[in-house]
Write a protein that binds this ligand. Structure first.
Ligand SMILES: [Zn+2]
Length: 295
């Protein structure tokens, strides 16, 4: 129980991994057609809300990839639970084409609940960027699905002293700054990319997916039961289409895996197929080994 006598928020079996060198944790659950949500608690960022466990409720920003039910169906519940828990203002990003209908859905829930939610909904196009957290930006990426869809990338802006000033003293740098000189150069460090639902064309066309140190890559189909032609027609990706992509990531996170594959079978196929192409493959499958208090 928390201090108001309300039960603590709890969540079910979840995949979770902390990336030490990058300073963030990725958590989530994703089963194609059923449910997808991802969170990075350090950034208060949720991507999609097919379900609304505690981790998603705590996030201040919700970046939707598209408005299919297994990705966006929890929107009203998310807003209601944030209100119930006193979490304050909430920001939602979604493809512009979906904004009107999403707003109408939430307005209907507001009427039924007889109170408004404290939220804003911002329409996005691929290439749009938004400040996320100190020094961090969220960028919408162009996905290729059967409804308007975006992927998401998070990057950090770094400020470094320009090389010509290496060796300069503190007072010298301060004086230059005071006289209006730019003493820093800026660089962008990609941290995370998430494809959203997409055909494999995205991995050829969108460099962030190949270059982010951690990339969540839609991998719905894994064997001959649904081949690449079927995946293409459904607006999804088959693992075989990922084999010739020049991945430069540190960790590839196949996700949105069809429920026709048991977790151990999916893990085996993905490691065998993608393992030789990427140094670290971490399929987003439920981790039943999490301690009970984290579920
Ligand atoms: Zn979809």
């Amino acid at each position: 129980m928390n201090t108001h006598g309300r039960p603590e928020l709890r969540s079910g079996p979840t995949a979770s991994r902390h990336f030490d060198a990058l300073g963030f944790t990725l958590e989530g659950v994703s089963v194609a057609g059923v449910v997808t949500w991802l969170t990075v608690p350090q950034w208060s960022l949720a991507i999609d809300c097919g379900a609304v466990p505690a981790q998603v409720v705590r996030c201040r920003v919700l970046a939707l990839t598209h408005a299919h039910m297994d990705h966006a169906g929890g929107l009203g519940t998310w807003l209601a639970l944030r209100r119930l828990n006193g979490f304050g203002h909430s920001t939602v990003y979604a493809p512009t084409a979906a904004v009107r209908a999403l707003r109408a859905v939430v307005e209907t829930w507001e009427q039924l609940h007889r109170h408004p939610f404290d939220w804003e909904l911002i329409g996005v196009e691929a290439g749009d960027r938004f400040p996320l957290h100190t020094g961090l930006h969220l960028e919408a990426l162009p996905a290729d699905h059967v409804v308007p869809t975006v992927g998401w990338a998070v990057s950090r802006t770094k400020h470094r002293l320009i090389p010509a000033l290496h060796g300069a003293t503190g007072p010298e740098i301060k004086a230059l700054k005071a006289s209006g000189h730019d003493v820093n150069e800026r660089s962008e460090e990609l941290l995370l990319a998430v494809s959203g639902d997409t055909r494999a064309t995205m991995f050829r066309d969108v460099p962030q997916l190949r270059e982010a140190p951690v990339a969540c890559v839609e991998t719905t189909f894994l064997d001959h039961r649904c081949d690449q032609a079927h995946a293409d027609a459904a607006g999804h990706c088959h693992v075989d289409a990922l084999l010739n992509v020049p991945w430069a990531n540190q960790t590839l996170v196949p996700y949105h895996i069809s429920q026709r594959y048991a977790a151990d079978v999916a893990r085996k196929i993905l490691m065998a197929k993608l393992g030789p192409h990427v140094s670290d493959v971490w399929p987003l499958l439920p981790d039943e080994t999490l301690p009970a208090d984290r579920r």
